[in-house]
Design a protein around this ligand. Structure first.
Ligand code: BG6
Ligand code: MG
Length: 217
């Protein structure tokens, strides 16, 4: 097969933390006096915390100083962490653990490529850290998706050519980051919401090594 490594986004791919991010941002929007819909939340997926805040403030047409933004981002994160601290292995999305084990037993290297600074905490909460050969997250990259930095760093650490890496992403910015890095990409979600991926899957329940080895001969 022409794939040697699989790189997984975290939020919305391994766990459904997107719902927690949404609740925390929505509460902030309400506090600032405007509405924030689930559709608008799509624009925040995959992008860094500070960029997400900027998008949110643009939606509400609210202007804040750099210091006020720092405090707002901090308070959103505190609210988000209240949910994260309650997470357990049960939050791992269906089929994920089986698929990771299937890849490993077929000699595929596995990385996590996430924009989140909370990725290590989440992996620890759901006890999935040991499944990854490499973890690259928001603490170690400078440029946010759709810049390919996070995924290229995974490839470099795994010592695998970008063209032999397959990325799993639920965010449009993430799909574009993978393509910008010259990688293959499977969109996790509906093609109604996402574009440009090679294939789309609703989740990992029906995915196995056999199928991806047919997709990427
Ligand atoms: C991404 C999420 O994985 O991480 C974004 O899709 C989030 O919604 C970003 O804003 C940053 O996360 P965190 O945990 O560092 O605030
Ligand atoms: Mg995501």
């Amino acid at each position: 097969m022409s794939i040697q490594a699989c790189i997984f986004d975290l939020d919305g791919v391994i766990v459904d933390t997107a719902k927690f991010h949404y609740i925390a941002w929505k509460e902030m929007a309400t506090g600032l006096g405007f509405d924030f819909t689930e559709k608008e939340n799509e624009w925040l997926k995959g992008v860094s915390r500070m960029r997400s805040l900027d998008i949110l403030l643009e939606i509400g047409k609210v202007t804040k100083s750099e210091e006020e933004k720092r405090l707002l981002a901090e308070s959103k994160n505190e609210r988000y962490l209240e949910f994260v601290r309650r997470m357990s292995e049960e939050e791992i999305l269906p089929g994920v653990t089986r698929f990771l084990d299937d890849l490993r037993s077929n000699g595929i290297l596995i990385a996590l490529g996430s924009a989140s600074k909370n990725a290590p905490l989440i992996l620890e909460r759901i006890q999935l850290m040991e499944k990854f050969d490499v973890v690259v997250d928001g603490n170690s990259v400078l440029k946010a998706k759709p810049d390919p930095e996070v995924f290229l760093k995974c490839a470099e650490l795994l010592n695998v050519e970008p063209g032999l890496c397959l990325v799993f992403e639920d965010a449009q910015a993430g799909i574009e980051a993978a393509l910008n890095g010259g990688m293959k990409v499977i969109g996790v979600g509906s093609p109604d919401d996402l574009s440009y991926a090679d294939h789309f899957i609703p989740g990992f329940k029906k995915l196995d090594y056999e199928l991806i080895s047919r997709w990427y001969v």
